[in-house]
Design a protein around this ligand. Sequence first.
Ligand SMILES: [Zn+2]
Length: 409
Amino acid sequence: MRENDMIDHRRLGRELELFVSDPLAGAGLPIWLPAGAAARHAVEEYVRELERRAGYQHVYSPPLGKRELFELSGHLGYFADDMFPPMRLSADDEFVLRPALCPHHALVFGARGRSYRELPLRVAELGGMYRAERSGVLGGLSRVRAISLNDAHNFCALEQVGAEVAEILRLIREAHAALGVRPAGFRLSVRGPGQRYVGDDAQWARAEELLRDALAGVEYEVAPGDAAFYGPKIDIQIVDGRGRESTLATVQLDFDKPERFDLAYTDRDGARRRPVMVHRSLVGSMERLFAYLIEVHEGAFPVWYAPVQLAVLPVDAGQADAAADLARRAEAAGLRVEIDAAGSLGARIRDAARRRIPYAAVVGAREAADGRVSLRLRDGRVLDPLPVADALALVGDVVASRTGQLLPG
Ligand SMILES: [Zn+2]
């Protein structure tokens, strides 16, 4: 077997039943199976809570909207090649599947008058969007047509942009450390020849300068031609199992959309001023993130987002009650737990390890009588039997610490 096959997320996704791609559903439209959905749910909850504590306000907006919304935003003028064609309901009623969440979030800002006291106003959403990728480039979760993006738009006064971008970079580092993401590098993506851009040179120069300042002390390379059509950006790159580089997290400055949507706030002196719109994603899309996480962890996710955290293995039918009781207590403690009672103990232990379940709790006659349990870690280590409460506390500590380790540090 070639090394490349060892770390292909598509193969691991099948073996671990994380997601499935069915030609009947369509290429680039994967379906998340229960195990993959459980891991993704844990990650989404974590990111939402991280953002909430950092002052973000979460919204929901629909993944399609009227054609005029995306004409106003510039997407139909500059980005139509990457979008699905509009859908016509009647002669004057056309809808498009959105290629980005920015237009809806601009409407959130514009929903009422805004004061300088509200800035930075941070609008966040884990939302759906669509890209008309060619079928030849689609594969597993890394390139898809239906995208679930961890997205936010931070509306700031110009003088707040530097601190805001620095704080976003700090959040990106925190989230990546918890998930076990190892970024390959930082990139400053700027304008290049042969592409179309909105805005004037002075705006672009000012935005680039702000991003360079935010990157002070960080090693980065400059990527001409990789800017968004509306502004320069900082991209945090990852490398997949086949050595291909892509962008996971991003911070983008935009002076253009506030103009197009005529967004304004009332400043301290009563004047009406335009906010700057900072587009940012901490962890990118759930699809690309998991394509990466599956490969980098070889399916053995950190305990806090492992699909099943604890497998309960009664040695034989005599421990069925003790096993059920342990599973109930684990569930009550917030753990994702399964009882596996069918087949030989050896086969069940191997199966739990094959599925990368972090802990197998073996309950024999003596453990059941003593109210104890013997934990086997997925890396092969076996702990001495522990009282059930201690074993659950140990697993709970590892979950709460969000480390990549299997034992408390
Ligand atoms: Zn955006």
